[in-house]
Design a protein around this ligand. Structure first.
Ligand code: MF3
Ligand code: CO
Length: 249
């Protein structure tokens, strides 16, 4: 069942999203060679506390951290750790913020210092793919239109779309209906309606799209060791179009 949200619920999620976006802007300033994802984790914990918000991921299905920190070939759900980031690395910081009972979810990939041209291309295409998906998130379209736009664009740039992890409705809990794959066929899937709130969060790989799971049972990484990036926003569907609840600009 897809739960449609009232304007009041969307406004509350927007407030959570604003805190999350402000947190990402602070992270952007701190990412440089030598910093650890453990320091980012501690920064986020502290930032949320100061803003009367809480990290929803901590304790979710047994996950232990406020952030997911996925480095280089890690696709998603990397653990924050005490190993310093190096020039040329990329790191995706993903988190869900709860504020006043409402949730928002956003992930962003950061370049550590100067990255290779190939990596830079990966970041640009992945971010653009998110916005191409958002463009399709309009009343009357279907969920498949979003994935189709993302997949077509990403593959036209010679990169691949991860299939094993997808976007999702969000509301009272992190994961609700609808499922939002970042691949697929136009005109397929549920019709997009006013009041839906869901994430679009394409994970894009330089090499093959398949993933493998680490022994920790959480962290997914590429099978060929090539890099993977991700950008994620939480969106509310209104009759005037999609509203990005986690906008950083
Ligand atoms: N933020 C993630 C998403 O985009 C959810 C992470 S689940 C967790 O779907 F357990 F790792 F927190
Ligand atoms: Co997320």
């Amino acid at each position: 069942m897809i739960v449609l949200k009232s304007q009041r619920e969307i406004d509350a999620m927007k407030q959570a999203g604003e805190i999350l976006a402000a947190c990402h802007r602070e992270i952007a300033k701190r990412i440089k060679p030598g910093i650890t994802t453990w320091e980012i984790e501690e920064f986020v914990d502290d930032f949320l506390k100061k803003n009367n918000a809480t990290p929803e991921q901590k304790g979710y299905k047994g996950y232990q951290y406020a952030t997911c920190a996925s480095i280089n070939d890690e696709i998603c759900h990397g653990f924050p750790r005490k190993e310093p980031l190096k020039e040329g690395d990329i790191v995706t910081i993903d988190m869900v913020v709860r504020y006043n009972g409402a949730l928002a979810d956003s992930a962003w990939t950061y370049a550590v210092g100067k990255v290779s041209e190939e990596t830079d291309h990966l970041l640009k295409v992945t971010k653009e793919a998110l916005y191409k998906g958002i463009e399709q998130a309009v009343v009357g379209n279907r969920i498949g239109d979003i994935g189709h736009a993302i997949q077509t664009y990403v593959e036209s740039e010679g990169l691949s779309v991860v299939r094993d992890f997808i976007g999702h409705g969000i509301g009272a809990v992190i994961h609700e209906k609808p499922d939002v794959p970042h691949y697929g066929l136009p005109g397929k899937g549920s019709r997009i309606k006013e009041g839906m709130v869901f994430t679009i969060e394409p994970m894009v790989n330089i090499g093959r799209y398949q993933s493998k799971m680490d022994d920790n049972g959480w962290t997914a990484r590429t099978i060929d060791g090539k890099y993977s990036a991700q950008y994620e926003h939480t969106l509310a569907i209104t009759k005037d179009g999609p509203v990005i609840l986690t906008n950083q600009d």
